[in-house]
Design a protein around this ligand. Structure first.
Ligand code: SF4
Length: 375
């Protein structure tokens, strides 16, 4: 079983980000208390209390001090059995990483650090309003490695408007020198509610060019593979099978409990979405209620979600599992949609599993939606 904990605070707002967070830290203690209360309230959400992965996401979890982490971890240990080999990931921003902070992370058993580097290029960091600079982007990884954290992943953003691909090549050279276990690479997307969204609407910023982003993605994949990274999910690359166990659980439709404002939970048949508002979250948790919206998944929802996430991974989608949800043959039902995709060489069936080919990876989301089942 898996637990996600959303820490909804950031030092400053990155101009591309539409996650749920607040830059006012005045409610930090109250939210931490409410998170602990929700952990207790949700004890029986999962089928069993043995936890194999915990993921602190956000927002910026590295903003938490020792006292807050102590409060959350002691509640987790009182409520669940955290397996001795559990993967415990915390998202950290480079400007929060110090020798002292790393010692605190290790004290609580955090054994995987996900560092939000995004870019090593100073003008790009400034353009995105990141709180760290290019030097910190490099030094934070070395600090974490020196502290003995041997499972480090970084986030990179590609397709940031630029005259050519030189900045990306330079970022990739830095990645190579850092000798990381894992890299996640995401295409810059312009979300309407963000500063970038407003700038694009006002014509102050160009829209993301599809050809440019496709070229950048190819450069990324080619170079990360050359460095020994396996593209085990379209946006995720691991060396020596250092896959993210937590994220893999999402892609394999395993059950997880999401705690904190805006967090989602999944128990196999339904999803629930916590309210994305810190004040209302604290108030409602205080009354003993989970402020969540429930969505019962139809069998079509379950199949379509599995197609959307599973096809993006090296594990693909198991036909037996699709058949079991559908109650009949998926291949028979979707024959007319499948044939052209198979003929185009974008998809193959290997050992009763649907898998994208290298060429198909470029069209992953479209292929999944072509195979969606309708009610
Ligand atoms: S990208 Fe991360 S650090 Fe930046 S605003 Fe979003 S959640 Fe906060």
């Amino acid at each position: 079983m898996h637990i996600y904990i959303h820490i909804p605070f950031c030092k400053q707002a990155c101009y591309y980000c539409d996650f749920h967070f607040s830059t006012s830290l005045s409610q930090k203690e109250a939210v931490v208390e409410a998170i602990c209360q929700e952990i207790r309230l949700q004890k029986s959400y999962l089928k069993n209390t043995h936890i194999s992965t915990i993921y602190f996401g956000g927002g910026t979890p590295s903003i938490l001090d020792e006292t807050s982490l102590e409060t959350i971890f002691s509640t987790l240990h009182q409520t669940f059995t955290i397996l001795p080999d559990a993967e415990i990931t915390l998202e950290a921003n480079p400007d929060d990483i110090s020798v002292a902070k790393l010692a605190i992370f290790k004290k609580f058993g955090i054994n995987r650090l996900s560092i939000g580097i995004q870019s090593f290029h100073e003008p790009h960091l400034k353009q995105m309003n990141r709180a760290h600079n290019a030097k910190e982007a490099e030094t934070c990884v070395k600090l974490a490695q020196d502290a003995g954290i041997d499972n480090i992943t970084i986030d990179l953003i590609y397709a940031i408007p630029a005259p050519d691909h030189q900045i990306l090549y330079s970022d990739l050279a830095k990645v190579e020198a850092l000798n990381l276990q894992h890299v996640s690479a995401y295409c810059l997307t312009i979300e309407p509610q963000t500063v970038f969204g407003k700038w694009t609407k006002q014509g102050k910023m160009p829209n993301i060019d599809d050809d440019f982003s496709a070229q950048q993605f190819s450069i990324l994949v080619e170079n990360l593979q050359r460095m020994g990274y396996e593209q085990y999910e379209i946006s995720n690359f691991a060396r020596n099978q250092h896959y993210s166990k937590h994220n893999t659980s999402y892609w394999k439709q395993e059950e997880y409990l999401g705690i904190g404002p805006s967090a989602h939970s999944f128990n196999g048949v339904s999803r629930q979405y916590n309210i994305a508002n810190n004040t209302k979250y604290v108030q409602q948790i205080g009354t003993g209620l989970i402020p969540a919206t429930l969505e019962i998944l139809t069998k079509e929802d379950q199949i379509n979600e599995y197609l959307l996430t599973g096809l993006r991974t090296i594990w693909g989608c198991k036909i037996e599992y699709l058949d079991s949800i559908l109650g009949s043959s998926f291949l028979d039902l979707q024959k007319s949609y499948l044939q052209p995709i198979l003929r185009a060489g974008h998809l193959e069936i290997i050992e009763h599993t649907l898998k994208l080919t290298e060429a198909g990876k470029l069209f992953a989301d479209r292929i999944a939606s072509d195979l969606f089942v309708e009610e």
